[in-house]
Design a protein around this ligand. Structure first.
Ligand code: DI6
Ligand code: FE
Length: 402
């Protein structure tokens, strides 16, 4: 076996289905060839003939898959601190949105920024995720809402991926809100989302998946379906902001169209859960938005478990509903607010998050053949990752073996 480096004396939370909920291998080792894991398993079974490889002794530290933040809106400029104050005085998120604030206030700021300005504003946010062990981050457009600005956002996202050792997956979310120049003509705007905007960003190789916001302040099921049909016709996977503020049956629609994931899901009903189970659509839970909007309607975690729907979790990092820059705090919130177990929370930030992005062959577990995207932690047991608040025990992070 040709191997470049070997991590030894580690404790592995492989997150593969195994003896325990973490797929633990103690003591374990990981052999890395180039960007990939060549071998992972018990120390006692470490293949011989690895003499040329660099040996890195981890002194019993825990190694997990690199974290996968599978739902962010981290490319934007401006902030919405004022709206936070207004909400604390009684205004609701929907009211601010209907009054031209909310998503539209970030659209105005983002449209006014150049691509380099967007990159500069967004890098510190990406760095915050990386500092806590993220090796893959999904980034959505959706604050441009016109072809040149959606393309600018996605170019900025790609540039962020080149600027840092992290995998960036891009998602077109042109169907996020209705821009003012199309007021009263949502169907005309959806024609643009499903046609010229999608074609332009796809032609430039800027888009890995397509998303929409199906809700009373977003778009209808019929409009969502048109965007998805166009994406599927172009060979692009789809995912959906569904059932965040009300039950529109969006998750069932998404599942019926083979969506990778349906996200938020506070108002999801059993019919939607069953549809997701049938299609293998991942449920992406976003406790940051639930917390920050002071929501009280919980996503149906027990139903999702009972139907065997995989649950991912993510920061939803955005300036309006979830200004949350911490994957670890997100794991903690998933446990405290949604009653996930710490093992479910870690699986939600690794294995299931990779599936929600359609990259399970490359990321999400520690297994031979996958990318060597790993996080090494100063902890005594993996459950600690979801336990502490505002504490970062990351020792080191490997992305593609480096
Ligand atoms: N739901 C959300 O929580 C984000 N987008 C969406 O459709 C919020 C985006 C924002 O408020 O800026
Ligand atoms: Fe979101």
């Amino acid at each position: 076996m040709k191997v470049d480096r070997v991590l030894v004396d580690a404790r592995l939370a492989t997150m593969r289905p195994g003896a325990d909920a973490y797929g633990s291998v103690v003591p374990g080792a990981v052999a890395i060839a180039g960007e990939r894991i060549a071998w992972a398993g018990p120390m006692a079974d470490l293949p011989t003939g690895l003499d040329g490889a660099e040996r890195i002794a981890l002194e019993g530290r825990w190694v997990t898959p690199g974290l996968v933040d599978c739902h962010t809106h981290l490319v934007y400029t401006g902030d919405r601190a004022h709206e936070f104050e207004l909400r604390l005085e009684g205004a609701t998120y929907e009211e601010l949105s209907r009054a031209g604030g909310g998503i539209m206030s970030t659209v105005r700021a983002t449209r006014a920024a150049t691509e380099p300005e967007l990159v500069a504003a967004s890098l510190p946010r990406l760095d915050a995720l990386i500092a806590e062990g993220a090796t893959t981050v999904e980034i959505k457009s959706g604050y441009g809402l016109a072809v040149e600005h959606e393309a600018k956002m996605l170019r900025a996202a790609r540039a962020l991926g080149r600027a840092r050792p992290v995998t960036v997956r891009t998602t077109l979310l042109a169907a996020h809100a209705l821009p003012p120049e199309h007021a009263g003509e949502a169907d005309r705007y959806i024609d643009l989302c499903a046609g010229p905007i999608l074609d332009a960003v796809a032609a430039e190789g800027l888009v890995d998946a397509v998303d929409a916001f199906c809700d009373t302040i977003g778009f209808t099921r019929a409009q969502t379906e048109r965007v998805f049909a166009a994406a599927r016709a172009r060979g692009l996977p789809v995912k959906l902001h569904a059932e965040q503020l009300s039950n529109q049956g969006g998750a069932a629609l998404a599942a019926g169209m083979g969506a990778l994931s349906a996200d938020h899901l506070e108002y999801l009903d059993e019919e939607g859960v069953a549809a997701m189970a049938r299609s293998g659509t991942v449920a992406v839970l976003l406790p940051g938005a639930f917390y920050f909007l002071r929501d009280t309607h919980h996503p149906p975690v027990d139903l999702l478990r009972r139907h065997g729907v995989a649950m991912a979790i993510s920061t939803d990092l955005n300036p309006g509903s979830s200004p949350l820059h911490s994957p670890l705090l997100t794991m903690n919130m998933a446990c405290t607010l949604f009653r996930l177990t710490p093992a479910e929370a870690l699986a939600g930030m690794t294995r299931h998050a990779a599936r929600a992005l359609g990259i399970a062959a490359d990321a999400g577990t520690i297994a031979a053949g996958k990318r060597a995207d790993l996080a090494i932690w100063d902890i005594e047991r993996p459950g600690e990752l979801a336990y502490r608040i505002a504490w970062n025990p990351l020792h080191r992070r490997l992305w593609g073996g480096r």
